[in-house]
Design a protein around this ligand. Sequence first.
Ligand SMILES: [Zn+2]
Length: 163
Amino acid sequence: MITTEPTLEYIYNLISEIPDPEIPVITIKDLGILRDVKFVDNKYVVTITPTYTACPAMGMIEDQIKEILFSNGITNVKVELTYSPTWTTDWLSQEAKLKLKKYGIAPPNHSSCTKLFSTIDVVVCPRCNSKHTELISRFGSTACKALYKCDDCKETFDLFKCH
Ligand SMILES: [Zn+2]
C-alpha cells in the first residue's frame, strides 16, 4: 500500500533490474535502453529506446515494466519508445560487456557498424580469448547476434552485433 507518491528514483530502481528477454544476465539498465522516468499529466512516463528495431523483445520489456509497477500499486504508467537519439552499443555499461562475455557472447568492441564484418575487425572468442575467429552466419540465435566460430577452441559463439 502506497501512502505517498512514489519518487521517480523509486520507479527507476524498480524497473532497472528487468532482465533483457534474450540475454537474461544483463538488465535493461545495463543495456542502456532504460532512458528516463518522468511524471507527466499524473502519469509515470517510462522512456525506453529499442536496441534493434528487429528485436521482438521490446514489447516484452514494455509488458514487464507495466507488470512490475502494477504489482507495486503503481497503475498510472505509460511506456514510451524513443528512437532518437538512436541506441548504440556505446550505451552498454562496462559491466554489461563483462556479463556478456561471461555468458559466452562476444561483446561489441566499437559502436560504428560501418566496419562490422570487414576483415580488419577482430572478434575475440569469449571462451578462450583467441583472435582466430571466423564469421559463420550474420544471424546467430537471434537477429541481434551474429554466429562466430573459434579456430582455437572450436566452439561457436554469438557476437552481440554493434549498432
Ligand atoms: Zn575460443
